[in-house]
Design a protein around this ligand. Structure first.
Ligand code: GLC
Length: 711
C-alpha cells in the first residue's frame, strides 16, 4: 500500500537530486577496515546509499564481527548532517536465522510447520539486530530445493511451495513487525530470486533449467507470499535460467516481480552479481553489466561499483533512461522512509531479555527436531546409564549452522551439558570413538546415544557434497555400538538431509536435530527425556542414497506403469525407488488416530469459488497415546485431469495442533479457488473444472479421504 505523504517527499527529493546523487542511492559498499576520509567524503557527496555489514563475498561461516556501533553512528551522522540532501544510509546484514541468539537453521525451522512460533522468534531476532545498528537483513532465503548436495539447502524452506509461502510470511512479518518504522523492526529481503535452488548437480552457482510453468508453480510461490507480506527488498540470484542470467532478465525482475506481482520495494543484486555478467558471457565489460542490470530491474548494486563507475555515462549515452534511474531511486528511498530512517537514523536503545530469547529458541529448536525411528527405546529414563558417544557431543560452532555472524559458539549448550543437566552422572560421556575401554564401559551402560552429524563448514554457500551418505566412520561407530547389544539412539545433527539407508539398521531410534542453534543440547535433551514430545515433520525428502537425487514428493505421475507415486514401483537395480523418509513425515511419543474425514460439500461451481465459497473439509484427531503431543495435520490434493500435468500430491493446508492425551481435536481446512488453482501454460493462475482427490493425514502418504469437484 503506497503512502502518499512518503511518495510526495520522494518526489521532492528526486527533483533536487543530481544524477550522481541518484546513482549514489543505488550503490552499496563495504565499510573500510580502518577510518578513511575518502569514505566519509563519499558519504558527504551522497555517493553511498547503503553499507553492507559483511566482510567476504562467500556468505556464512564467517568469523567477522559487526562493525562497531560507534562507526555506524559516525557514518550515519555524516550522511544525515553533512551531505547536501541529508539522506540516511541503510545498513544491510546477513541476519539469516538469528543474531546474538541463534535460531535453528532455516530448513529446521521449516520442519516446525509452525509459522507463528517461527515469527515470534524472528521478532526478537529483529530487536537484537536493530539494537546493533542493523536496518535491513538479507533474509528470508526462499529457494525451494530438492538437492541435499547443494550446501544452501540448509538455508531453504525445503521442497514444498506451501511451506515456502508459510516461511516467507512468518519471517517477513517477524522481521518487519506490524509497523516497520517502529524501533526494533528491520526490513527483510526475499532471496535469491529466482530458481537458485535448482543449481544443476547440486553444484552452487551452476546453471538451472526451469520452465516458466515450473518456475511459477514451484519457485515463485514463496516470493509471491513475501511480496504479499510487504517485503521491502528482493535479492537477485547468481544463477541463470535456461541461458538467461537472472541479473539481466527484465522479464523476471521487472515484468514478473514488479509488474505482475506488484513488488514496490527495491531489488538488490547478490554480491557481485552485476559484474559477473561478464563471466556469464552476456556482457563485454562492467559498463555493459551496469546497463543490462539496471535496465532489467536491479535497483541497487551490491559492492561491485558498476553503477557508480558507469551509469552516469550510460545515461548521457541514452543507454539507460533517467526514468529507469528515477524508479530505482524511488524504490530505495521508499524503503528508507518505510523503515523510519529519516526520522530515526540512529540505533535504538532498549534492554533485551536474552534469557527469555534463549528459552524461546530452545522451544523452537525442540519443535524442529524430527523423530524418524523409535523402537520404543525413547524417551530415555533419567535413572538409566547413558553412554554418550560421537563427534557432536561437545560440538558448539556447528550447532549454530553455516551462517551465524553474531552468535557466539561459546554460548551454545552442548549435548553433554544438556543431557547432564537432566540426568547428571547417569550420563557418561566418552570420546567420539569406541576404543576398547569405551566399548567396555558401554557394556556397563544401559543405552548408547550416538551424537553424529556434520560440520557447518560443509553446508551453506559454496559448500556442496557429491556424496550425502552418512560418513563411513559414523556408520561404523553405530555398527560397533550395536554389537554391544545395548539399544542405540542416533542423534543426527546434520544441516542437510543425509542418506540414512546404511546407518538405519544399527539404530533403534533416530532423532534428526538439524543444526539447532544456541540452545542445541538443551533442546535435544528436552526431546530425549520427553520434557518436549517430538513434533517436527520433514520439509524435505530424505533419500536412501545420493543416486536418488532429485527425489521429491510433489512430482507429476509419469505415463508408465513402473513409476508410481514418489518412485513407487520404479526400482533401480541397486536401490528402491522410494525415499528413505518422505516429505511431511515425523514420529511422536504418542499416537494420533484420525476419524473419517467429512466434507461439507463435494462440489462447487466455478462461480461459487470465484465468489469466495470454499470446500470445508474436517477431521477429528484423537490422541490415543500416553503423552500430550503436537500433530501436524496435513491436507494434500491431486488434480486428476488438467490442461497440464499436475503433481500426484500437493500440500494445500496444514495445521499443527496440541492434543492432550486421551483428548480429541477437530481440524477444519478451507480449500478455495487459490488452493485449487495453478499457473497454466499461458501463465494464468487459474482453476479448471474437474475432480480433485483429497488426502488427509500425517505425512505425504496420507490416505485418500474423498474427492471434490469443480463443476
Ligand atoms: C552472498 C550470498 C547472499 C548474501 C550476500 C551478502 O554471496 O549469496 O545470500 O546475502 O552475499 O552477504
Amino acid at each position: 500500500m503506497k503512502n502518499y505523504a512518503i511518495e510526495k517527499e520522494i518526489d521532492e527529493l528526486l527533483s533536487l537530486m543530481t544524477l550522481r546523487e541518484k546513482i549514489g542511492q543505488l550503490n552499496q559498499v563495504m565499510p573500510p577496515e580502518e577510518d578513511d576520509e575518502d569514505f566519509l567524503q563519499a558519504i558527504k557527496n551522497g555517493e553511498i546509499g547503503s553499507i553492507i555489514l559483511a566482510s567476504s563475498s562467500v556468505a556464512g561461516n564467517g568469523e567477522k564481527k559487526l562493525s562497531n556501533i560507534d562507526k555506524l553512528i559516525k557514518y550515519q551522522k555524516t550522511a544525515v548532517e553533512e551531505s547536501r540532501l541529508k539522506i540516511p544510509v541503510i545498513y544491510g546484514r546477513d541476519v539469516i536465522h538469528g543474531h546474538n541468539t541463534v535460531l535453528p537453521i532455516p530448513l529446521a525451522m521449516a520442519a516446525a510447520f509452525d509459522a507463528q512460533q517461527v515469527k515470534d522468534c524472528y521478532r526478537f531476532v529483529a530487536k537484537e539486530a536493530a539494537r546493533d545498528g542493523v536496518h535491513w537483513t538479507f533474509s528470508p532465503m526462499l529457494d525451494i530445493s530438492r538437492d541435499p548436495r547443494w550446501g544452501r539447502i540448509i538455508e531453504s524452506p525445503g521442497e514444498d511451495p506451501l511451506v515456502g509461502e508459510s516461511v516467507a510470511k512468518a519471517v517477513v512479518e517477524g522481521f518487519q513487525g506490524d509497523d516497520l518504522a517502529k524501533e526494533g523492526n528491520i526490513a527483510a529481503c526475499a532471496k535469491h530470486y529466482i530458481g537458485y535452488g535448482a543449481s544443476e548437480g547440486g553444484r552452487d552457482y551452476s546453471k538451472t533449467e526451469i520452465s516458466d510453468y515450473n518456475l511459477r508453480n514451484y519457485y515463485l510461490k514463496a516470493f509471491k507470499s513475501a511480496v504479499d507480506s510487504g517485503v521491502q527488498s528482493v535479492m537477485s540470484a547468481f544463477n541463470e535460467i535456461s541461458g538467461q542470467p537472472i541479473s539481466s532478465s527484465r522479464y523476471l525482475l521487472t515484468e514478473l516481480l514488479k509488474d505482475e506481482l506488484g513488488f514496490d520495494g527495491f531489488v538488490v543484486s547478490d554480491w557481485g552479481a552485476v559484474e559477473q555478467l561478464v563471466r556469464q558471457g552476456v556482457a563485454t565489460d562492467k559498463k555493459e553489466c551496469a546497463e543490462l542490470s539496471v535496465n532489467a530491474g536491479i535497483d541497487m548494486d551490491m559492492v561491485d561499483h558498476c553503477y557508480t563507475d558507469y551509469l552516469e555515462r550510460s545515461v548521457e549515452e541514452e543507454k539507460v533512461d533517467m526514468a529507469q534511474i528515477d524508479d530505482a531511486v524511488r524504490r530505495v528511498l521508499r524503503v528508507k522512509f518505510n523503515t523510519g530512517l529519516f526520522d530515526n537514523p540512529y540505533p535504538p536503545e532498549y534492554e533485551i531479555d536474552f534469557e527469555a530469547n534463549r528459552q524461546k529458541e530452545r522451544a523452537l529448536a525442540a519443535d524442529t527436531m524430527v523423530l524418524l525411528k523409535n523402537n520404543g527405546v525413547l524417551p530415555l529414563r533419567k535413572d538409566k546409564k547413558v553412554a554418550l558417544i560421537g563427534p557432536m557431543a561437545t560440538e558448539q560452532k556447528s550447532m549454530l549452522g553455516s551462517w551465524t555472524l553474531d552468535g557466539l559458539p561459546g554460548e551454545v549448550v552442548t549435548i553433554v551439558e544438556g543431557m547432564k543437566e537432566k540426568a547428571g552422572d547417569n550420563v557418561n560421556f566418552y570420546v567420539p570413538t569406541l576404543f576398547d575401554e569405551q566399548f567396555i564401559a558401554l557394556l556397563h551402560s544401559d543405552i548408547a546415544v550416538l551424537c553424529l552429524g556434520e560440520s557447518c563448514r560443509v553446508t551453506g554457500e559454496n559448500n556442496c557434497l557429491a556424496h550425502i551418505e552418512v560418513p563411513d566412520w559414523q556408520v561404523a561407530l553405530a555398527k560397533k555400538a550395536k554389537k554391544s547389544g545395548k539399544p542405540v539412539v542416533a542423534v543426527m545433527s546434520f544441516g542437510r538431509p543425509v542418506a540414512l539407508e546404511e546407518i538405519e539398521p544399527f539404530c533403534d531410534a533416530i532423532l534428526y536435530t538439524w543444526h539447532p542453534g544456541t540452545m542445541a543440547g538443551a533442546a535435544i535433551a528436552d526431546i530425549l527425556y520427553a520434557d518436549t514430545v517430538p513434533s517436527g515433520r520433514l520439509p524435505v525428502t530424505i533419500p536412501r542414497c545420493t543416486g536418488q537425487i532429485p527425489i521429491y514428493y510433489n512430482a507429476p505421475s509419469s505415463g508408465r506403469y513402473a513409476n508410481g507415486y514418489y518412485g513407487e514401483g520404479l526400482n533401480y537395480h541397486d536401490c528402491s525407488g522410494r525415499p528413505m523418509y518422505p516429505f511431511g513425515y515425523g514420529l511422536s511419543y504418542t499416537e494420533f488416530k484420525y476419524s473419517t474425514v467429512s466434507f461439507d460439500t463435494d462440489a462447487l461451481s466455478m462461480s461459487q469459488l470465484e465468489g469466495g465459497e470454499k470446500f470445508r473439509i474436517s477431521v477429528d484427531v484423537e490422541n490415543v497415546g500416553g503423552y500430550d503431543g503436537k500433530e501436524v495435520v496435513q491436507l494434500y490434493i491431486h488434480d486428476k485431469v488438467a490442461s497440464m500435468t499436475r503433481p500426484v500430491r500437493e500440500l494445500k493446508a496444514f495445521e499443527k495442533v496440541l492434543i492432550e492425551k486421551g483428548k480429541t481435536k477437530s481440524v477444519t481446512f478451507e480449500i478455495g479457488l487459490n488452493e485449487l488453482s495453478f499457473y497454466n501454460a499461458d501463465k494464468n493462475f487459474t482453476a479448471e473444472k474437474g475432480e480433485f482427490e483429497i488426502f488427509v493425514g500425517k505425512n505425504s502418504y496420507a490416505p485418500l479421504a474423498g474427492t471434490i469437484k469443480i463443476v
